[in-house]
Design a protein around this ligand. Sequence first.
Ligand code: ADP
Ligand code: MG
Length: 386
Amino acid sequence: MPLMPETTTQTIESALGGVLDPELGVDIVELGMVRGIEIDGTAATIHIALTIAACPLRTQIEGDVVRKVIALPGIDSVDVQVTAMTDRQRSELMGIARRNARDTAAPTMVNPMTRVIAVGSGKGGVGKSSISVNLAVAIADTGYRVGLLDADIWGFSIPRMLGITGRRLEAGDDRKIVPMQAAGIQVVSTGLMLDDEQTALMWRGLMLSKALEQFLHDVAWDRDLDYLVIDMPPGTGDIQMALARLLPQAEMVVVTTPQKAAQKVAARVADMARRSFLPVVGVVENMAGFTTDDGTHYDLFGKGGGEELAAELGVPLIGSIPLDPFVVEGGDDGAPVVRAHPDAPSARAVAGVAARILELVPPAADETCTARIAVLMEQLGQDAAG
Ligand SMILES: Nc1ncnc2c1ncn2[C@@H]1O[C@H](COP(=O)(O)OP(=O)(O)O)[C@@H](O)[C@H]1O
Ligand SMILES: [Mg+2]
């Protein structure tokens, strides 16, 4: 009779390697969620640390753990002890999950070297689109190649803000959608595709996350883009998850108004971003006060919300953009304020935000060895020529 292989803490750990975190698709051992394994006779106790105590997937993970371990020889009962991870453990887990996503994500048309800045907020009307457009243009004005993806599938406003309504995106030879050139940047938006009611209906039937997937897989984005700015639809959920999955290099800028209520909503977006492993680069406060021509200042939408949110999230306040009729005008006329009125306080503030983002998320090419080698070769070539 063959000897029953003995079940050890090591065999249990191997078995737990087959339990995947359903959200992340990575096994719980690799994620560091297994914090301890004990065997007492035929009883096993497994200590599991979940990312958050109230994790909706808790029952599923617990069930999977029990099924894997009870199947092992000599184990009759399995007790799962659940705790919540510390902040530090959670951030380590995020690192692992992101690395894993990077290794397994189906390649999109976006070059992995392109920095991706998603501009998000909990609700509409806080200025995401205005900021996305002006930020994209401001970064382009510093000499980088920039793309702008309007991921607000139904609430698209980018085409109007760039004055490109009435034109349509077309497919190239490879049947990929060719982004439109406007204001010196590459632009894609459902607003540039919906030429008839039928197409509109088709898009309306698409899940947001599916639409995003199409934009990333079926658009011939310039391989040399330094930055891709994504104007996110308002709210949390699916689309953030999809973005994190499809573009593991994506990072998020959270927009809020100075108001307490807005700040709370924005905090939820940041929380969702973290849970889908989108790092939050920082907070941009918009509609922060209005100064009249005679210098009187009004805090129309409250005060300090951006700073408080940034502190709460432990990220920098990247900038504070004042209320300015030029922003509205620029949006309506298709002439972004950073170009139309570069000296307006709002335009200066956006330029400041762009500069700070270039610092916080520097262009990837600058960091690579190949880029450095290319520069060296170029210098060598010049020396040889001169
Ligand atoms: N700093 C600002 N000053 C004045 N109006 C602004 C400012 N930012 C945005 N707006 C206006 O607020 C409205 C909502 O902005 P929008 O960018 O469309 O927000 P979102 O994309 O978050 O829904 C628009 O009419 C826009 O022109
Ligand atoms: Mg918008």
